[in-house]
Ligand binder design. Structure first.
Ligand code: ZN
Length: 298
């Protein structure tokens, strides 16, 4: 029997931990902003704190708070008054959302994933604090690492910066090791996880063949390594739906039908996928019944 707090106490604990993970996510994204700015220029991402690109003044810690720092400064450098690109707070807000998504799957005890390995433990942050579920934490850590890596890839892609082969290799090794040690939603760590990761990367390679762009192909392989082929298939379908919808809108406005996929699309699809994974069979069944109904009605 796992001890848990009564709800009047549990509620604030949950809220505090979700807020903590959101702020943490915002800080990671803030760091990725720096990486995306410096790495293609060959500047060290570790040495030297954040500085204003215009005047070089160091950014004070209280101005570096994700999103809110930018709002409080009115989008301008405190020292020279030059505008700070709106991309910075937007990327930080995306990082906070990633924090919220991971908090969601973590505190739901894996109930958003296909049943099998998780989903029988109790829900809530207090339970995890008092009796940590290490396998669950490892899977969530792998998902967080994947989402932030794809966010970084999306920034490189937006800047038309090339992802160096050694960065890609490093990401493959790091994420691959994490998912093989921790396993997946239905696969325990070790050999089964290794087979799952290899299959996922293989399917990702096949999906990637249909996608012309190199950075997205690489991001797909990373996603396959962490989520396995089923998780990747769901995310790829979501990504196609979003891009297809956008292309349809373009067509409706009188433009050409352009199906253009990006790492940002994949990031959104992955974030949704880890939260709706369990319900894919139900979604598929509903879609099939609707199509059948249409067919019989027409
Ligand atoms: Zn400045």
């Amino acid at each position: 029997m796992v001890a848990s707090l009564n709800w009047p106490v549990a509620w604030p604990v949950d809220a505090t931990l979700v807020a903590f993970l959101c702020v943490l996510g915002g800080n990671v994204a803030s760091f990725l902003n720096v990486v995306a700015h410096r790495a293609p220029r060959g500047i060290s991402v570790v040495r030297g704190g954040s500085a204003c690109p215009a005047c070089g003044s160091p950014v004070r810690w209280h101005d570096n708070v994700p999103v809110f720092g930018w709002i409080l400064l009115g989008g301008r450098c405190r020292d020279c008054g030059s505008p700070i690109a709106w991309r910075y707070p937007v990327v930080e807000a995306v990082g906070m959302l990633i924090g919220a998504v991971v908090a969601g799957e973590l505190f739901a005890g894996g109930r958003t994933w296909p049943p099998g390995r998780f989903g029988t433990g109790r829900i809530g942050a207090d339970v995890l604090l008092m009796q940590p579920d290490w396998p669950l934490l490892l899977v969530c850590l792998a998902h967080a690492a994947l989402l932030f890596t794809v966010l970084a890839w999306a920034l490189f892609e937006t800047d038309d910066a090339r992802v160096q082969p050694r960065w890609f290799l490093g990401a493959c090794l790091g994420l691959g090791a994490l998912s093989v040690i921790g396993g997946g939603p239905t696969t325990p760590g070790g050999w089964p996880a290794m087979r799952e990761a290899a299959l996922g990367a293989g399917v990702a390679g096949l999906v990637g063949l249909a996608v012309g762009r190199r950075t997205l192909r690489q991001a797909l392989v990373l996603a396959g390594l962490v989520l396995g082929w089923q998780g990747l298939a769901g995310a790829a379908l979501l990504m196609l739906l979003v891009a297809g919808g956008r292309a349809g809108l373009g067509l409706a406005r009188g433009g050409p039908f352009v199906l253009r996929l990006s790492c940002a699309d994949l990031l959104g699809a992955l974030a949704v996928q880890v939260l709706v994974w369990r319900w894919w069979p139900a979604i598929g069944l509903v879609a099939w019944c609707m199509l059948r109904g249409d067919h019989e009605g027409g």
